[in-house]
Design a binder for this molecule. Structure first.
Ligand code: CAO
Length: 226
């Protein structure tokens, strides 16, 4: 076993056996968002980054965590306490030659989309070049795992304990959607939210994921509530 495989095995076994978890699924209509992404891609590229779905999700998730603080928390059973974090450090699962690494982007709520795109590029590149330090993989409060670049319809990610929730993202696809009395081709992004059921009830899980879906469909919500 390599060091990365051993650590992954240890962390996931711990999370699987100690966190009673449930996964909630949904789909976001990102037809308009994809147009915006393409329209502004050039500006981000000029700054040296790439405006990708993961960068957009970082922004949306940081806002959602502010609206739903129980998703940015951890459970301390020994002291029977819930610890609410006042910072928004989001881990991003990166597929590397050595296996799965989860570097953390700090203070995501304080960064604009260009800064997030740059930070994501840099950290994913550092992960792939084996340059990540241990500190860069610690201290996350939530994780995003986007497998959509590779494919897939939906999957159930495992909560990255001591965090209490993780967002899984699969491949956006064109599908017929019944709108305004007829079927229209729309781009749908499959999302899965796994959460720690000790702290989060099913209804909260649906509300949180619905908020993310609505923010992807109506980004105005980000400035209204996020
Ligand atoms: N749906 C459709 N297309 C998607 C997509 C999605 N959800 N996510 C990314 N893509 C597309 C991008 O638009 C890009 O297309 P172009 O090359 O045509 O521009 C392509 O897929 C590659 O994307 P990317 O990987 O460069 O972009 P990203 O910033 O969204 O993702 C990262 C970065 C680090 C999340 C990703 O590279 C990665 O490593 N994903 C794997 C994560 C993983 O292993 N999770 C499993 C953990 S549990 O075992």
């Amino acid at each position: 076993m390599s060091a990365v495989r051993r650590k992954t095995a240890e962390n996931l076994s711990h999370a699987w056996s100690s966190v009673p978890q449930v996964t909630q699924y949904d789909e976001a209509d990102i037809t308009e968002l994809e147009q915006l992404r393409k329209r502004y891609a050039g500006r981000v590229e000029a700054a040296g980054g790439k405006l990708t779905m993961t960068a957009l999700l970082l922004k949306v998730v940081a806002s959602a965590l502010k609206v739903f603080p129980q998703f940015n928390a951890s459970v301390d059973m020994a002291n029977q306490e819930i610890i609410y974090k006042k910072y928004y450090h989001i881990g991003v699962a990166v597929d590397t030659e050595r296996g799965l690494l989860v570097p953390v982007i700090r203070d995501v709520d304080k960064k604009n989309l260009i800064e997030l795109s740059l930070a994501l590029n840099q950290i994913a590149e550092r992960a792939r070049q084996k340059k990540l330090s241990l500190e860069e993989m610690q201290g996350g409060t939530f994780t995003i795992s986007n497998l959509g670049g590779l494919g897939g319809t939906h999957f159930s990610p495992i909560v990255h304990a001591p965090e209490v929730a993780i967002l899984g993202v699969s491949r956006a696809r064109m599908k017929p959607v019944f709108r305004n009395g007829q079927f229209e081709p729309r781009l749908l992004l499959p999302l899965s939210l796994s959460y720690d059921h000790r702290l989060i009830d099913g209804a909260d899980g649906v509300r949180f994921l619905r908020w993310i879906v609505e923010a992807l469909e109506q980004p105005f919500l980000l400035t209204l509530e996020g």
